[in-house]
Ligand binder design. Sequence first.
Ligand SMILES: Nc1ncnc2c1ncn2[C@@H]1O[C@H](COP(=O)(O)OP(=O)(O)O)[C@@H](O)[C@H]1O
Ligand SMILES: [Mg+2]
Length: 246
Amino acid sequence: MPVVGICSGKGGVGKTTVSANLSAMLTYFGSVVVVDGDIALPNLHALFGFEPSITLLDVLTGNANVKDAIYRIKVGESSLDIVPSSQTSSDIKNLDSFVEVLNELGKVYDFVIVDVAAGLSKYAIVPMMGCEKIYIVLNPEETSIMDAQRVKKVVDSINADFEGVIINRYRGERWAVAMAEKRVGSVAGIIRDSKAIRKGWEKGYVVTAVKPEAKVSEEFYTLARRVAGENVHPRPYGKLRYILRL
Ligand SMILES: Nc1ncnc2c1ncn2[C@@H]1O[C@H](COP(=O)(O)OP(=O)(O)O)[C@@H](O)[C@H]1O
Ligand SMILES: [Mg+2]
């Protein structure tokens, strides 16, 4: 099944948060593996609250098989597989196997979600090349939307389908929804700024996996339905007058 990349222009907009929470919700729709494709700044394992021994880095450097780098957690009645990564101090010259690893996982799982590095360095572009579908995460800020616009141009130039924008840390900025749609593309998901998400990062747990009843989990569930192929649309809320900032 398709390999889905979660990308962004700016760092810190919430790619890892979205990758983890979306993946947990996708377990309601099929088998899921979430890959920490951000080998520049890997931290997916921290959000899941564990310290991995074998990681994607060992796989990419030829020291381990991808099967050995898969960790499993329970989400409700189902489970979620995680391929974490780890920090490297040296430049990784050969990233060729990255695309192969993603292809391999795509043959086994219903959904492969890849947390891609921010920006447009090779650490972002190479995993993007291994994705068939790409979502771009941004925050409701002008600079974030502009950075996303640049990434969208690159997505259009590679062999991947742009699936939409995910607005993260939303606090009712409807102008940003309009601006993102105009400058980047259709909005596939709107995720609120949430205290529970921040706490999850502090304590090392994924909110959707432990608090499926939270408002933010509902929003991730709607996004998961969309990623699973349902025709659902997020509903922007907030003050319409900000639309004037377009
Ligand atoms: N929906 C959200 N609500 C509140 N805080 C968030 C949300 N998403 C992300 N954050 C905060 O932003 C920080 C960066 O998010 P992260 O997912 O690591 O971004 P990225 O992977 O794009 O660098 C997190 O540590 C968290 O504190
Ligand atoms: Mg990240």
